[in-house]
Design a protein around this ligand. Structure first.
Ligand code: GLU
Length: 285
């Protein structure tokens, strides 16, 4: 059903849901209802070390309590590793990825030593073949990174400069409309982690395309991610969804949420005897 309004809520089962998640899920769900569209649920569990089946079960329990329903099936990322592997292979075959053996600490040192002053994000290069072979033979772990230089060459200058996405919500400084994509914000992003066969940006882009997501509705803390995700959409030749980044939940006086609000889970709120409709009203729905 590509073409019709389709959005999703994509929590990671690494903990219990809080009010902010409820706000985000209701924002997406309400938007789907308003357009007689689809609301999907995706479980983003590629971080195998931190994901737990009991958190996934709790997410479903919490969303059901909130009164949300979603179009089946639920997409669980760990069930679709082949899809990510295929996307990685396509990018590798075009020479867009390189192996990175660096530790987190080495990366931070490199960023601090960038030629034009400390950089925001890492830019690297493939190792010389002999060194790479030796490190592979020694069994050293590595991540696959997207080479921005190679990506720019592959797309061509005109397509690179024209790369943009539509923001119907709120970017930094309230920016909305057609926004020029600046993939360099993410640097040479990791697309397959040392400890997992895929990384966040690639999984999200592949999933949004496979699930026919027309509108990505999520918190504005992920606005910056749209820049690199837009590049991946272009490289994988999939449609770019419209983005609606929403403001993060704030206290009623507009200030940042208090510690209690940040730490209290939906289960805690439920246990206090608050009903889902009371919470809904409190959050402005
Ligand atoms: N799994 C991400 C999170 O829990 C959301 C990813 C997305 O919406 O693109 O923050």
């Amino acid at each position: 059903m590509v073409g019709s309004f389709t959005t999703r809520f994509a929590p990671s089962p690494t903990g219990r849901l809080h009010k902010g998640h409820a706000f985000s899920a209701w924002t997406a769900h309400t938007a789907a209802q308003a357009q007689a569209g689809r609301f999907l649920l995706r479980i983003e569990d590629i971080d195998r070390a931190r994901s737990r089946p009991q958190f996934e079960a709790a997410i479903i329990e919490d969303l059901t309590w909130l009164g949300l329903d979603w179009a089946a099936p639920i997409r669980r990322q760990s069930d679709h590793m082949d899809d990510y592997a295929q996307a990685l292979e396509r990018l590798k075959a075009r020479g867009l990825l390189y192996r990175c053996f660096k530790t987190r600490r080495e990366i931070l040192e490199d960023i601090g030593r960038a030629p034009h002053g400390p950089a925001l994000a890492y830019r690297g290069a493939p190792l010389a073949p002999a060194e790479e072979t030796a490190r592979l033979a020694a069994g050293e772990p590595f991540a696959w990174r997207l080479s921005l230089r190679a990506a720019r060459r592959a797309l061509g200058r005109a397509a690179w400069d024209a790369l943009s996405f539509v923001e119907e919500g709120r970017g930094p400084d309230g920016q909305r409309g057609v926004i020029q994509a600046r993939p360099a914000l993410a640097g040479d992003a990791v697309l397959a982690r040392k400890d997992a066969d895929v990384a966040y940006h690639l999984a999200v882009v592949v999933d949004d395309a496979i699930q026919g997501v027309s509108h990505v509705i999520r918190g504005e803390d992920l606005h910056e991610a749209a820049h690199i995700q837009r590049l991946l959409q272009a490289l994988l030749e999939v449609p770019s969804p419209i983005y609606r980044h929403h403001p993060l939940l704030a206290a009623p006086d507009g200030k940042r949420l208090a510690k209690r609000d940040l730490s209290e889970t939906l289960a805690d709120i439920r246990a206090r005897g608050v009903s889902a409709s009371q919470l809904k009203a409190e959050l402005g729905f």
